[in-house]
Write a protein that binds this ligand. Structure first.
Ligand code: PLP
Length: 392
């Protein structure tokens, strides 16, 4: 008897979650791990954000709210986006979701039909592929080049457009490579979508963790906004991963459909989280700049450490908080057969948690999140150096 649907069988458990589970098991057995697995800030959520949630609970702001979020949170989010990027969304063009991942999931569900093509730059964040496939869409990968720092250009995207293209996914800065699409290419891609009447889904989860000094959003090109959907998250910007706070900005028709879907699934995101999110986006943004400055230092610390590991090469990430070193020199050595195998051996033999590149569409890399303390970086790099020395 067939128990499960075809659509659930089209997807896999998130690879980052699988590695986290394996690491947790070792941790529970008392093993001291150098953990670069999970993609989440090591910082605590800032005080003023926590206080807003506590205040909401104390005031019994603990009931159902409007499905798309209270008007105040939607206004706060569009105001912040307008202030930072010159976009001009109205609160009706914003839906507040239970995390950025749900915003992406719902956007794909309402836009992508069976057989629709979705252009996806490689390497990609692990969930994009599965979410597209769950909707019945066809992933059209666009390979980036490591010797060009994994940068995606408008030219690469244009070459992948066909009459069946429905959407382009763009995640800049990128998880896992940290690559940033240049402002000129970002504008060109948005204009390309507009011209071809397809949608560009911009995952701006790391938009504030851009180290180039130029923080840009695809929402700035207001004359093209009918073909742009912004997927936002408070998780990384404000160290709020566990709160599940995300949003989408886009054309009313799409936002309305996403709200309808939400009305039949999660309903509103947690009421107190909405209040906390208002405090996050309305409050002082100093904490965001401070965390960004720390991430830059941590990135440099990892890259310096990698220089002491012969055979390991790594591009310089321009944003997010990941490094994506190339490990091809170690495949075939010491019984290592693939990046997945290397990640498993790094975990069991060196007690270092990394995510294998296969999860992101490449076979010669591993991803490390450097949103950890400097000490964790130093110890982890030391363990990797010793492990790789044994392989060589
Ligand atoms: N998009 C990207 C590229 C991510 O890396 C993540 C989290 O790792 C998300 C979206 C989802 O973030 P959240 O659901 O916590 O808002």
């Amino acid at each position: 008897v067939k128990v499960l649907t075809d659509r659930i069988n089209r997807i896999e458990v998130s690879a980052t979650m699988a590695i986290t589970a394996a690491a947790l098991k070792l941790k529970s057995e008392g093993v001291n791990l150098s953990d670069f697995g999970a993609g989440e800030p090591h910082f605590a959520t800032p005080r003023h954000i926590k206080d807003a949630a506590i205040d909401a609970i104390e005031k019994n702001f603990t009931r159902y709210t409007a499905v798309a979020g209270i008007p105040e949170v939607r206004k706060a989010i569009v105001d912040r986006h307008a202030c930072d990027f010159g976009s001009n969304y109205t609160p009706e063009e914003c839906v507040f979701t239970t995390g950025g991942k749900l915003a992406l999931f719902n956007a794909i569900q309402v836009l992508v039909d069976h057989g629709d093509e979705v252009i996806l730059p490689v390497p990609y964040w692990v969930s994009f592929k599965d979410i597209i496939q769950y909707a019945g869409g066809v992933v059209v990968p666009v390979e980036s080049r490591e010797d060009e720092n994994f940068r995606i250009t408008a030219k690469m995207i244009e070459a992948a457009i066909t009459p069946r293209t429905k959407a382009i996914i763009l995640n800049t800065p990128s998880n896992p490579s940290g690559a940033v699409v240049s402002p000129a290419d970002l504008e060109a891609i948005v204009r390309l979508a507009h011209k071809n009447e397809i949608y560009v889904l911009l995952d701006e989860c790391y938009v504030y963790l851009n180290f180039t000094g130029e923080i840009v959003s695809g929402g700035s090109f207001t004359d093209c906004k009918d073909h742009v959907v912004i997927l936002g998250s408070l998780s990384k910007t404000y160290a709020m991963t566990g709160w599940r706070a995300g949003f989408a900005l886009g054309p009313k028709q799409i936002i309305g459909a996403m709200s309808k879907l939400q009305s039949q699934s999660t309903s509103n995101a947690a009421s107190m989280v909405q209040r906390a999110s208002i405090a996050a986006v309305h409050g002082s943004q100093e904490c965001v700049g401070e965390m960004r400055a720390d991430y830059i230092k941590l990135r440099d610390r990892v890259l310096e450490g990698f220089k002491t590991i012969p055979g390991l090469t790594c591009t310089v990430p321009e944003g997010a908080f990941y490094v994506y070193p190339n490990i091809s020199k170690f495949i075939g050595k010491g019984g290592v057969t693939s990046a997945t195998d290397l990640a498993a051996k790094l975990l069991s033999e060196a007690h270092v948690v990394v995510v294998p590149g296969e999860a992101f569409g490449t076979s010669e890399h591993i991803r490390l999140s450097y949103a950890v303390s400097g000490d964790v970086i130093d110890e982890g790099v030391k363990r990797m150096r010793e492990y790789f020395a044994k392989l060589a």
